[in-house]
Ligand binder design. Structure first.
Ligand code: TQI
Ligand code: CA
Ligand code: ZN
Ligand code: ZN
Length: 173
């Protein structure tokens, strides 16, 4: 079953439209247009299941509710990244909005991760769908097929919400 963070924090129910900014991209070689596409697809999984909608803003971080960036090692929040595999990314609970990705991962964006040469290739969209769940207030799920289940296999794509994820997010918003 799905879970929430302690106290079940969520974005205000009155706020149906959240803006996100992709701000820190200098630590990745993935081009900007590809990043926009991958994150737009990941957010769409959640907007299809809820009355929420998400739009990218390129207006610095100024009016963004959610900021997305690639970082290496220590990056100022006390949750250091650890090189290839291990921690891939982390996101904070509502209404913090920070979503950080480990720049050291062999990210695959927009290609077929199962055919990636690197054994440690990780599908960016799959991780993004999971982390957006956290950004919206979902904790981990005990249901193995759920996006919020706390395990992902490298070289595997998992982007479809399971009914457990849908019930969890619909009960929060
Ligand atoms: N990052 C952990 C995660 O997102 C960080 C984390 C642990 C966390 N506990 C948390 C974040 C509680 C918010 C709330 O789960 S990770 C997976 C999964 C990671 C893990 O890099 O280990 C995915 C990132 F679920 F597969 F294990 C993405 Cl999909
Ligand atoms: Ca890592
Ligand atoms: Zn961080
Ligand atoms: Zn998680």
């Amino acid at each position: 079953l799905y879970s929430y963070f302690p106290g079940s924090p969520s974005w205000p129910r009155s706020k149906k439209s959240l803006k996100y900014a992709i701000t820190a991209t200098s630590a990745t070689t993935i081009d900007r247009a590809t990043l926009s596409q991958v994150f737009a697809r990941a957010f769409a999984r959640w907007s299809e299941a809820t009355t929420l909608n998400f739009t990218e803003t390129t207006d610095a971080a100024g009016d963004a509710d959610i900021t997305i960036g690639f970082h290496g090692g220590e990056h100022g929040d006390g949750e250091a990244f650890d090189g290839p595999l291990g921690t891939l990314a982390h996101a904070f609970s509502p209404t913090d909005g920070r979503f950080h990705l480990d720049a050291a991962e062999a990210w695959v964006a927009g290609g077929d991760v199962s055919r990636a040469k690197a054994d440690d290739a990780v599908d960016l969209e799959s991780v993004a769908v999971h982390e957006i769940g956290h950004l919206l207030g979902l904790g981990h799920s005990a249901v193995e097929g759920a996006i919020m289940y706390p395990t992902i296999t490298s070289r595997t794509r998992k982007v479809d919400l399971a009914s457990d994820d849908v019930v969890g997010i619909q009960s929060l918003y």
